[in-house]
Design a protein around this ligand. Sequence first.
Ligand code: BGC
Length: 751
Amino acid sequence: MKIEDLLRQLTLQEKIDMIHGCGFFRTKAVERLGIPGVVTSDGPMGVRMQFPDDSWIPVGETDDYVTYSPSNSALAATWNPVLAYKSGKELGEEARGRGKDVILAPGINIKRDPLCGRNFEYFSEDPYLVETLAVPFIKGVQENDVAACVKHFAVNNQETDRMAVDTYVDERTLREIYLPAFRAAVKDAGSYSIMNAYNKFRGHFCSESKELLDNILRDEWNYDGAVISDWGSTHSTKGVAESSMDMEMSVTTDFDDYYLANPLLEAVQKGEVDEECVNAKVRNILRMMFRLKMLGSEAPTRKTGAYDTEEHRQQAYETAKEAIILLKNEKVLPLTEERLALQPVKNAQGEIISARKHKIAVIGHNASHNHASGGGSAEIKALYEISPLLGLKKALGGNVEITYAQGYYIPGKKNVNEVNWQEASLERRVMGQEDPDSEEQKALRKEIEENREKLLREACEIAKDADTVIFVGGLNHDYDTEGRDRADMKLPYGQDELVEALLDINTDTVVIIHAGSPVEMPWRDRVKALIWCYFSGMETGTALADVLLGRVNPSGKLPETFPARYEDTVTYKNGEFGKEGRVEYKEGIFVGYRYYEKENVKPAFPFGYGLSYTDFRIDAPELIKVTPFADNEVLCDDELSYGKSCDNKDNACVVLSVQVKNTGAVAGAEVVQCYVSDLECSAERPVKELKAYEKVFLEPGESRRLSLSLPRRAFAFYDAECRGFVTEHGEFEIIMGNSSADEALHTRVTL
Ligand code: BGC
């Protein structure tokens, strides 16, 4: 009613003002009626620096330094929904503290291919993992009277030709892989806003896709929140006016000429577009504003937020330490205090005359490089960022000698700031893949080559002279970036050669790969200690040092499969990734581990994998409840929400419990993963699919019985003919373990 009252009082011009940007990140207020403008900001790892309304050169004051939180890929590596909730809460509080109404996060697209430039912003290759982390994250954000803007809806899985690529995905795959997290974001988390993607979906831009926005989002999911366009994803006036997209935002300064600005005003005045189309959009925006307490009697009680608090920094640390993944460890880690302690130096008489410091050589550009300010719209001005080198030095103090060498050469950026990438983001040319044969690229390769030798030599020298060698390499936001996919999965800048050289010198060299997406690690059989660290926020270095020194026991698990070689991926094989124009998702539902398991391709490290400094035993599975379901019956709407059905054990079809014991000597956390395998089905099913998981913290010797509930949805598949999820009677295997490759525990159920 309140919405209708306001709507009646608004003039057409005022309504038009409310549905398009009048600055890069805001819409106009209607002061006459006390309606404020909507202020948005990126992004997923913290609230982005302040921009003027009409320039992509940041304002440049000192008041927009913020908490730099771990990326979604890091958050996903924690496999911890409680941390997801707390991270969302922290981000929402920062956003409100900076005076924002909408935070353009989280990004929840599926990692379809390891080369996608924006994978670091996304959670996982598995829809269940994405959904179970995105829902608490969004709830956390919105507790602060700030809207999450979940993005990018939908089927937005590559950066090449990102403004126009036309994606074709079959209905079952769409429903089983690409939509569940969006559905959950909208229906279970109640995201107040959602961002449509740049790409086309089945021939139509997502900003005006009837299938996505009208049929699925509005009609099927009953979404009444605001749909915001990605910046510059709108391509028509009438089409978009008549679509379910509500607010046009872009990167250019011709605000009055946006499709939903003067052109729409004129179209309505001429009778070409019904004013009711405008009203529908304004209604959705007003509804969001009421929910945010920007309007209405509750407005004086709207939360005020806070940024840069001690608590937020602590939160960033908590997530970072659980995000670190130990991939290999043959008795090298942790670096114990004993090993690093001062060693007495004795004279000929055996008297202690002094002490010798343990020498650590830290090698690699990523050891002392900061990442917060890169990557595209996820860039932020971090209040601070603890690099791995700083983290280690501050943890160890003066009695250990740390030497550092850059190890590999990063060419300097040319023409920085000449054109802001976002300003140019609508132009294909700038955002496309670099041509390897261009003169510029050739010169770059030469420059790298010339410097490589020298840095490699320096690194080897300090490695030879050290007791312990730690390499910190990986990628940076020249690779993990919006607007561009990687050309291959190799470590750049000659790092493979450097790692091999360091292993020749010291077989115990600890290798830390700091990156946002998988890389090939051809030396992985040789290395004894291997740590994976996604972009993990301002406390990355503190967390890494704590893990290296055993003050924190690593508990991260891979939220995506790391293939051994890019050639092993299904998208490489079917050639349907990173193309311009039309991309067909020919692999169907077989994304990530669903593909590797089907074809028996052994990855370098499987989905869900990660080691600890202690050992766990998972055993004694017990079936607590089995309730058979109806054969061939379509699931009702409520049954599609894992959240709703799992919270309530009465709704579960299968409840089982399993014993987890910490059998080692230090406290630690294990993630018990539960996969379901359909043994007989009329449709082709993946070998198994993740359907439940739980992270459990245990003291040495402690054991706990976990109970896991599987709702009917966990056994269902999408049947395109029935246009719904169905379950079929038959036998299912429930597999529990600590990674997708751990299949020791099987339980059979007949449903
Ligand atoms: C990105 C969005 C981002 C927007 C605003 C676009 O380039 O795709 O994720 O929120 O810019 O900066």
